[in-house]
Write a protein that binds this ligand. Structure first.
Ligand SMILES: Cc1cc2nc3c(=O)[nH]c(=O)nc-3n(C[C@H](O)[C@H](O)[C@H](O)COP(=O)(O)O)c2cc1C
Length: 356
């Protein structure tokens, strides 16, 4: 396997494997371990406030001298209409009642108590901290931000889940595309087709390869040498792994969540909008079932903000019925080894398997 290509060159890494940004799971320690293994580490900033972004970036820099990417949420934020405010109140009440029925006493924030951070607010800190790779999901950056980041020598990686999205990203000057197949764990990165592009990785990657010229990273279901090499055959030059690292020593998941992952049945892995208002792949539980049955779902990010507190309390209480445990379709056993060991094993296995 010859790992060196235009992706490793742009990302300044030994291997074209990318540790997926996983908001809520990826820690600075995971990013540092990935870079130590010669891969690209990705630090998710999600909707963290600016000061918190600075803290996690600085912590990661202290742990690793190597280059790493930061990851942004590039979604539009829907205007808060009176109808949306009224619906927020109703969903809030429903979730509080549901939690109480399951023994969790919580008061969720009122709509005027939540704050939403846009990626625009995070850009200054990214420049100030000298970040050189920015990946993003849930949308495309606006043209002014793209220009500003590129003028500062930053490589941009945009996420697509359809050929249409791939073409949009390429046309706006994005350097590398992360093609996210339907198998992937966590949120779908979709931003067109009403956010419902549900295209399997095999179909998607091959078609995107034919449609654009920029180098492609593939994300979704890679968990061993065979899956990695299959995506190489379909046109990927970079390989992003998320779920493979969920059980790792550096994952922020609690032990009860890792245990739940290790016992998951394939019929329990579902796509749901119930926790955040956007489709995400995770383990079915009582919360998902009740919210879907009653159709009490606000648009992203409002549902996400609303359910944040319930997830936090459930996490602290070891309650699997109210936490969101995201994972992809490839059950990889969720090793508790370090991120470094898991990635090194994937590299060694791939080098052994590939005789090209
Ligand atoms: C727990 C979890 C959180 C995720 N959070 C993010 C995120 O913050 N930003 C992002 O671009 N992708 C996120 N993703 C998607 C991953 O980047 C990647 O597309 C996916 O993990 C690949 O599929 P796999 O899980 O089968 O390896 C997340 C995935 C998981 C499992």
């Amino acid at each position: 396997m010859n790992w060196k290509n235009d992706i490793t060159e742009k990302l300044n890494s030994d291997y074209s494997i990318i540790q997926a940004p996983m908001f809520g799971v990826t820690t600075p320690e995971m990013v540092a371990a990935a870079t130590k293994a010669g891969c690209l580490g990705s630090l998710p900033l999600g909707d963290l406030p600016v000061e918190k972004c600075r803290d996690v970036i600085r912590t990661t820099k202290q742990l690793s001298p190597k280059l790493f990417a930061v990851n942004l949420f590039a979604n539009d934020i829907p205007v808060l209409t009176e109808t949306l405010k009224a619906k927020y109140g109703a969903v809030k009440q429903f979730i509080e009642n549901l939690a109480a029925e399951h023994g969790l006493t919580i008061v969720l924030p009122r709509i005027d108590e939540i704050s939403v951070t846009s990626y625009h607010e995070q850009l200054d800190i990214i420049l100030q901290e000298g970040i050189k790779v920015v990946s993003f999901t849930f949308g495309n950056l606006d043209q002014q931000s793209i220009q500003m980041l590129k003028d500062n020598g930053i490589t941009l990686i945009g996420t697509c889940t359809s050929v249409e999205e791939a073409k949009t990203l390429e046309a706006s000057g994005i350097d590398i595309l992360c093609v996210q197949g339907l198998e992937a764990g966590g949120h779908r990165g979709s931003f067109t087709l009403d956010n419902v592009a549900m295209i399997g990785g095999m179909s998607l990657l091959s078609q995107v390869f034919d449609a654009v010229k920029v180098p492609l990273v593939y994300a979704g279901g890679i968990y061993n040498s065979r899956t990695l090499l299959a995506t190489e055959a379909l046109g990927a030059k970079g390989f992003q792994v998320g779920s493979l690292l969920l059980g790792s020593a550096e994952s922020a998941l609690k032990e009860f969540e890792k245990e739940r992952l290790r016992n998951v049945k394939e019929s329990e892995i579902v796509l749901t909008k119930s926790f955040s208002g956007r489709y995400a792949r995770g383990i079915k539980n009582a919360f998902i079932e009740a919210v879907e049955q009653n159709d009490v779902i606000l648009p992203y990010p409002y549902q996400n903000k609303l359910t944040n507190e319930v997830r936090k309390v459930a996490k602290a209480n070891g309650n699997t019925d109210f936490v969101s445990i995201w994972l992809g379709q490839s059950n990889n056993g969720y090793s508790g080894d370090s991120t470094f060991e898991i990635l090194k094993k994937l590299i060694a296995q791939t080098e052994q398997a590939d005789h090209s």
